[in-house]
Design a protein around this ligand. Structure first.
Ligand SMILES: *Cc1c(COP(=O)(O)O)cnc(C)c1O
Length: 368
């Protein structure tokens, strides 16, 4: 069986040592020593000023929206993991879906302005597959209309553009360290911000709003990362560069083996971007390839290969959202097409090269 992903973990013995330390200290959560160490080390590794650690990426998203006091309507993308839109819903915010562009599957900045109303307060784009959004254009629009920008950067751990962390764009960026991500702390997440005051507010909010023992500054939540997650994160930082190197090597093999199959479209490489590949997406153009995406999906499964259709269905098609005016397929023509073509192929650090070759072979043989 070849699954779409498999978590990378450090040597077990190293984690056991840390577990013993946590056991002896009896400090299990609430800004403990490992939390402090990991938060600092992570910020340095990523090249960002302020990081707040979270129990998971979804709570980080929910809290980020609270931190900026976002209300009303937020322009977002239907082409993402469902948690992006759920985070708006949990804040009582109406999502307004914006179509994507076909090259990177990110929000199409040219379609944002037409969706702005007097109720719009923010834009929530996603760096899909870790490919940076058009951050300059999005910021320009946000500045003109006085909107906040929150990036769902859950696919973009360690991604840099012209040597600068992609997490330094927008007002806030959100990371996930879920087991399926490039960098994992079992479950986990973070909010990246650019000033101390904001970090303080986020840290209060993730701990019930407590500013000190007797002061509650707002209706916070419990979204803290615990010591076990933080300890794993600290260890993972020692190995993440190796993991990323391995992932890039596999990415290159796919790129080379699949780039000349007619009807299999790949994502264009952006030379300004340093990637930490989360998935290897391909787009099956049925009219040219002669088979549909789902035929390829089924054939791979028959061979014990389990790709995933990220992102299918579109978030705009799920029951809580499909009644919204912006969820209508007529508003989202590119996303509606891409969601029927996409297939994310297995990609993880210790995926054997033979398996990559085998996946490519099965796809090649499918062509009609
Ligand atoms: C994984 C992911 C999330 C949710 O993160 P969790 O840590 O699983 O809560 C949100 N958005 C995107 C784009 C993701 O890939």
């Amino acid at each position: 069986m070849i699954y779409v992903t498999r978590p990378s973990l450090p040597p077990f013995e190293e984690f056991i040592e840390i577990l013993r330390d946590i056991w002896n200290s009896r400090w299990l959560t609430n800004d403990g020593p490992y939390h402090k160490m990991f938060e600092k080390a992570l910020g340095e590794y990523l090249g960002v000023k302020y990081v707040s650690l979270f129990a998971n990426g979804t709570l980080a998203l929910v809290t980020a929206l609270q931190a900026l006091r976002i209300t009303g309507e937020v322009i977002t993308t239907p082409y993402s993991f469902v948690a992006t839109t759920h985070a708006l819903h949990w804040n009582g915010i109406t999502p307004v879906f914006c179509d994507i562009e076909p090259n990177y599957c990110n929000m199409d900045p040219e379609k944002i302005e037409a969706l702005i109303t007097p109720r719009t307060t923010a834009i929530l784009p996603v760096h899909v597959y870790g490919n940076p959004c058009d951050v300059d254009r999005i910021q320009e629009i946000a500045d003109r209309y006085g909107l906040k920008v929150i990036y769902d950067a859950c696919h973009a751990f360690g991604v840099k553009i012209n040597g600068e962390s992609i997490l330094n764009y927008g007002d806030l960026s959100i990371l996930s360290f879920h087991a399926t991500k490039v960098f994992t702390t079992f479950e986990g997440g973070a909010v990246v911000c650019h000033d101390e005051k904001m970090k303080k507010r986020i840290d209060f909010l993730k701990n019930f709003g407590f500013a000190d023992e007797v002061t509650v500054v707002g209706p916070g939540i419990n979204a803290k990362m615990n010591e076990f997650q933080a300890a794993l994160g600290l260890l993972q930082l020692k190995y993440v560069d190796e993991v990323v190197r391995n992932r890039r090597r596999i990415w290159d093999i796919y790129q080379q083996r699949l780039s000349n199959i007619e009807g299999v479209r790949l994502i264009k490489r952006n030379e300004a971007v340093s990637h930490t590949p989360q998935y290897f997406p391909i787009f099956i153009e049925r009219g040219i390839f002669g088979r549909s995406r789902d035929e390829v999906y089924d054939a791979l499964r028959k061979h014990g290969i389990y790709p995933r259709r990220y992102f299918y269905p579109l978030i705009s098609q799920f029951p809580p959202y499909r009644g919204l005016p912006s969820a209508s397929p007529a508003n989202l023509p590119v996303a509606e097409r891409v969601t029927k073509e996409v297939l994310c192929l297995p990609l993880y650090s210790d995926l054997p090269e033979e398996s990559v070759e085998f996946v490519c072979e099965v796809i090649q043989r499918m062509q009609k």
